[in-house]
Design a protein around this ligand. Structure first.
Ligand code: DP6
Length: 330
């Protein structure tokens, strides 16, 4: 690509929900995690991003939801674009315009869909052809969980030990298992302590070593449950893994408590439904919202009951989602 021409690309990526969580880095700069993780892409909960490398620009520009953004968020995007520029051998600055169709910073992984969409759009606009593995590696350097939004369906992120071997791949396509994520929004406020800061605190919890040591076992059981479509075994691992991550979070120095009263009300409701034999379980990311996973045949009833819980403002539903993609029609 010539350094004098303008090049643009628009891409869309889904958010994802981790069943086995990423919490803590072995290398925070490259975002090499301390444990492998497992997730599902969320169809319809998307970020759409347009990247334009433009010789007329004197610096990178970032617009989120039609609002110009500077400061830390722009610096993070700019550092990421430096990596792409280096790979492509170009020095042009870029205009990045991005929008989500879900609330940012409240426990739906907006950084995952954001950096997956940005990776694909930036690579495409810069004229570098990356396969899924290398795209996933690139996305990981922007936000760890973003590497899992690159491949389709049910996705494993192999922790690896270096930039080369830390990437995500699909373990089953979206149509493998008809489950639904009922995303229970209890607060749309931006979270006070972001994941990046949280990862850095993980080892201050005496529980992190035990959580990480047992992670391969949980991941193997969860992977098997997904492959065999065994909801009971899946539910046990998903709830255990979420509880372990929040135990670490609550016992870090300083401690963090992401849960709000309605978060707990939803956990209790899900536990009661499970006791009654409903195929349902909960998992919570770094925020107060609860992801209630159910078999799709039960999703309408689950979503209806969840909407009736005091403090619940909205329930979004998402099925297993597609891979990150270039918007050809743009
Ligand atoms: C709780 O990927 O958001 O959602 O790499 O610093 O951007 P950064 O962290 P991020 O961490 C995700 C944490 C989590 C669990 C998960 O998605 O695995």
């Amino acid at each position: 690509m010539s350094d004098r021409s303008q090049r643009t690309a628009t891409c869309t990526a889904n958010s994802n929900i981790a069943f086995i969580k990423y919490w803590g880095d072995r290398d925070p700069c490259l975002r090499i995690p301390v444990n492998s993780s497992l997730s599902m892409n969320l169809e319809g909960l998307t970020t759409r991003t347009r990247v334009t490398f433009d010789p007329k620009l004197a610096g990178d520009q970032l617009t989120l939801e039609d609002q110009p953004v500077t400061g830390e968020a722009l610096a993070r995007v700019s550092a990421f674009l430096d990596r792409v520029r280096q790979m492509a051998g170009i020095s042009l600055f870029a205009e990045v315009r991005s929008s989500n169709n879900f609330p940012m910073g409240a426990g739906i992984a907006s950084s995952a869909s954001a950096f997956a969409a940005l990776s694909l759009a930036a690579a495409h606009a810069a004229g570098i052809a990356l396969g899924e593995k290398d795209l996933s590696r690139l996305a990981r350097t922007g936000s760890g969980s973003a590497c899992r939004s690159v491949p389709a369906g049910f996705v494993e992120w192999q922790a690896g030990e270096s930039d080369e071997d830390s990437f995500a791949f699909s373990i089953a396509p979206p149509d493998h298992w008809d489950i639904v994520d009922n995303v229970v929004i209890v607060s749309q406020a931006h979270k006070t302590i972001g994941s990046t800061e949280g990862h850095a605190l993980a080892l201050t919890s005496p529980l992190q070593t035990a959580r990480v040591a047992d992670a391969p076992r949980r991941l193997a059981l969860c992977r098997r449950a997904i492959c065999e479509r065994d909801f009971e075994a899946f539910a046990d691992m998903v709830e255990l893994d979420s509880n372990l991550m929040h135990a670490v979070i609550m016992t870090s120095t300083p401690p963090i408590l992401y849960w709000q009263p309605p978060t707990l009300a939803v956990i209790h409701a899900v536990q009661a439904w499970r006791r009654q034999g409903w195929p349902v379980c909960y998992t919570i990311d770094a925020g107060p919202n609860v992801h209630v996973i159910s078999l799709s045949a039960h999703a309408d009833r689950v979503a209806q009951e969840l909407s009736g819980i005091s403090g619940v403002s909205k329930v979004l539903t998402a099925r297993p989602g597609r891979a990150a993609r270039v918007d050809e029609d743009y």
